[in-house]
Design a protein around this ligand. Structure first.
Ligand code: ZN
Length: 255
């Protein structure tokens, strides 16, 4: 144990200490945690399928309403690219922290389902997920596998079999509000937390970006595992800015 004493000042050790001493830790994640799974952060220009289109223009609720075929031409690629990817070790560490009773829940901006795939159970997906599509007419739900079949069989938008209306992915599109129930859950979790651990998010997109402030104001400590600056760098009790997998594995090893 003497060796560990000498490492107390290391950020991973400091974060492990914070996790050990907290009772109601909450994790908040953004695109950065899924990058090691091969999902490019679309805010990084010139990457993969984001090269040819501006997602902020085409993944917009107005495009879905006016030109559902064009919308789905883009979104079909997105579904295909996300459907078969696997969670990485960073997702696994987050799931392990919940299994050990250290973390109460995960609030994520990601729509990729990877937290659930890694074993996290209390997951609040504030931007929705690709798991389902919804019929705007009747509210009917269709799973991603069936949607992919419909996309493969036809040229345009997949439709609700009952209403012949274009299905909408159960994700928050540009121009849409975040789902109220999920945000209420996220605010409740944040305001009750005694530690908020933000992973892979630049914490710049509101209203999610307000959650660390909500937690901090309620007395929580703040930990960041993210590359690049965030508006909360000065408020954070500890910041780890290396590779997200390496950092979280170091934290788990130090617990
Ligand atoms: Zn319908």
């Amino acid at each position: 144990m003497l060796g560990r004493l000498g490492m107390q000042s290391r950020p991973a050790e400091r974060l492990a200490d914070l996790l050990r001493s907290s009772e109601r830790a909450v994790v908040l994640t953004g695109a950065g945690i899924s990058v090691p799974s091969g999902i490019p952060d679309f805010r990084t220009p010139g990457k993969g399928l984001w090269e040819k289109v501006n997602p902020m223009e085409v993944a917009h609720i107005d495009v879905f309403r006016r030109e559902p075929d064009r919308f789905w031409h883009f979104y079909g690629d997105r579904f295909a690219s996300l459907r078969d990817i696997e969670p990485n070790r960073a997702h696994s560490v987050v799931a392990e922290l919940e299994r050990r009773g250290i973390v109460r829940g995960v609030i994520t901006q990601n729509i990729d389902r990877l937290h659930r795939a890694a074993g996290s159970e209390n997951v609040i997906e504030v931007h929705g997920s690709i798991e389902l599509c919804v019929c705007p007419e009747c509210g009917g739900r269709v799973g991603i596998d069936r949607v992919m079949e419909l996309l493969a069989a036809g040229e345009g938008a997949p439709e609700c079999a009952a209403c012949i209306a274009p299905l909408k992915p159960n994700v928050v599109l540009f121009g849409e509000m975040l789902p109220e129930a999920a945000m209420m859950d996220a605010y409740a979790l944040a305001s009750e937390a005694d530690l908020m651990l933000c992973i892979g998010s630049s914490l710049e997109v509101y209203p999610v970006a307000s959650l660390p402030g909500v937690a901090k104001d309620a007395g929580a400590r703040l930990a960041l595992v993210t590359q690049g600056e965030t508006p909360y760098d000065r408020d954070a009790d500890v910041k780890l800015n290396g590779d997200v997998v390496d950092e979280l594995e170091a934290v788990l090893a130090a617990l």
